[in-house]
Design a protein around this ligand. Structure first.
Ligand SMILES: Cc1ncc(COP(=O)(O)O)c(C=O)c1O
Length: 506
């Protein structure tokens, strides 16, 4: 087991440390923590991957796919999972293959599969009632709803944000955050008056101004904010998501495209930041002048679906300043980055923003969707940001437990420690196999690297699967790692070991 050898780990640490020291850059360097992480976090987890079929998906997955395709569109189905047998970091498929899952349901499992503390929740009869009586939360919240929110979402709220709205998924969180922003923007334009004119009430029924104002949202090239009708106009990652769907004329600025390794291209990347910031501000002025006021800038702290594109803290600080200067709200979409995978609860905490963003949306690892917001974004009337369920108390009960486990097991430290092992190992592998992979980047375990082209990336992901590693792709040529927060350094070593096997046989 090459990556399990102590000497080699020492070598890898030194190697990465040396290359960082040589260049003087520490921008993406994680501080190694002293977590006593030799202790497995999940009892009885498989010792490693085990593959029993020649292909993945195997015959049983393919049979089930045939069945399902009689009634559903299955173009996105990868394999069928045996959730009874999946545990911790390991996904077991219906063919009996045990895969180390570094993709975890598109980054949405905070504690892996069947975490014992989550299973125990069902032993409490009060929880069972909460699980079966799903309320219309906006109208009939249960006795303990406020306490539940305080113990879960509010206990880990981004610094400076004390207001909250729950929703059911990432897209509807963004969709409703956009609405909250429009309401805020219009109320500002009315000088704080919260009443409406007869004309506004009449024209909105015909989708006309002034009742339906022509506000816009600025997003970035490569962005992904969801596939619902409004969000889709802000999504810019892949044509297949947008094709054939009517879209709004919203501005798109270029997201910085950095050259790697970062430490070799500090100057070029700073220039790239400046260029993109200037373009963003120009676009806002242009749209404002054209009668299509930009009500918000929406941005992911790491563009995930679009290819794990990073930007510097200075870029995000610059965006916040632009939002202040132009009167547009600053919305950070933490649907994929939120909940701890970057080594902090919220990725934007890495950016040293002088004050909180106006709105932060979340879903995935937070188990429920929703958004945090500044007080001024609370709509002045009820039912304006609303839907029947507005989330689900059962998910918030689970999140309460997840937050407790994150703190008890010091999982953010674990993420940083495992991320450190991954970054160092991947850096070594990219130096060893530059003909196959490059551009390793990440924070915590939210890490990606590129194949030299799209076909190479697909080959790596497929061959990794046959080695027992379930990873994912993003963008045109990136492999993304999205393990659960319980992914430990020994899992990282298994992953690196298998990746080396794949790369050395390409
Ligand atoms: C940054 C970001 N925003 C929004 C979404 C949409 O979330 P959902 O798929 O839950 O609608 C995603 C999903 O991947 C995402 O990564």
């Amino acid at each position: 087991m090459r990556f399990l050898s102590r000497n080699l780990i020492g070598h890898l640490r030194n190697h990465a440390a040396k290359s960082v020291a040589a260049t003087g850059s520490v921008r993406y360097q994680q501080t190694a923590t002293k977590l006593a992480s030799g202790r497995p976090l999940i009892a009885n987890e498989p010792a490693g991957p085990a593959i029993v079929t020649k292909t993945i998906p195997g015959p049983e997955s393919n049979r089930k796919l045939q069945e399902l395709s009689q009634i559903a569109e299955t173009g996105s189905v990868q394999l069928f999972v045996d959730y009874e047998r999946s545990l911790g970091n390991y996904l077991v498929d219906v063919d009996g293959n045990t895969l180390l899952d570094v993709y975890t349901q598109i980054s949405s499992l905070p504690l892996g599969y069947s975490h014992p503390d989550l299973l125990r929740l069902l032993d409490d009869p009060n929880h069972v009632k909460a699980f079966i009586n799903r309320p219309a939360l906006g109208a009939f919240p249960g006795t303990d709803w406020t306490d539940r929110l305080q113990n879960s979402l509010m206990a880990v709220a981004p610094p400076g944000l004390r207001n909250l709205c729950t929703m059911s998924c990432g897209s509807c969180s963004n969709e409703n955050a956009f609405k909250a922003i429009y309401i805020w923007y219009r109320t500002k334009e009315r000088g704080g008056d919260t009443s409406f004119t007869a004309e506004e009430l009449e024209t909105c029924m015909h989708n006309q101004t002034p009742g339906s104002p022509p506000y816009t949202i600025l997003s970035f090239s490569g962005a992904f904010h969801g596939r619902t009708m409004g969000c889709l106009s802000a999504t810019r990652s892949k044509a297949i998501h947008k094709i054939d769907i009517p879209a709004l004329d919203w501005p798109m600025a270029n997201f910085p495209q950095y050259k790697y390794p970062l430490e070799e291209y500090v100057h070029e990347n700073q220039q790239e930041d400046a260029k993109c910031l200037e373009e963003t501000e120009d676009l806002i002025h242009k749209y404002n002048a054209a009668g299509k006021p930009v009500a918000a800038i929406v941005v992911e702290p790491i563009q995930a679906e679009g290819g794990d594109n990073h930007a510097s803290p200075e870029f995000f600080q610059g965006l916040q300043q632009i939002s202040k200067r132009t009167g547009a709200a600053f919305l950070i979409d933490e649907v994929q980055t939120g909940g701890g995978p970057t080594g902090k609860m919220w990725c934007h905490e890495h950016f040293n923003l002088p004050e909180a963003p106006d709105i932060v949306t979340f879903s995935k690892k937070m188990l429920t969707g929703g958004y945090y917001f500044k007080e001024e974004f609370k709509p002045p009337q009820g039912y304006r940001i609303y839907n029947t369920w507005m989330g689900d108390p059962s998910k918030v009960i689970m999140l309460e437990e997840v937050v407790r486990v994150i703190q008890r097991d010091r999982l953010l430290e674990n993420v940083n420690e495992s991320g450190d092992v991954l970054m160092k190992g991947l850096t070594t592998l990219q130096n060893q196999y530059p003909q196959h992979i490059n551009s390793t980047r990440g924070r915590g375990t939210f890490i990606a690297f590129d194949g030299t082209n799209g076909a190479k990336r697909d080959t790596i992901v497929n061959k990794l699967k046959l080695q027992g590693i379930h990873s994912g792709g993003c963008g045109d040529k990136s492999v993304r790692l999205r393990p659960a927060l319980i992914f430990q350094p020994h899992h990282a070593n298994i992953f690196l070991n298998k990746l080396e096997t794949v790369l050395s046989n390409l």
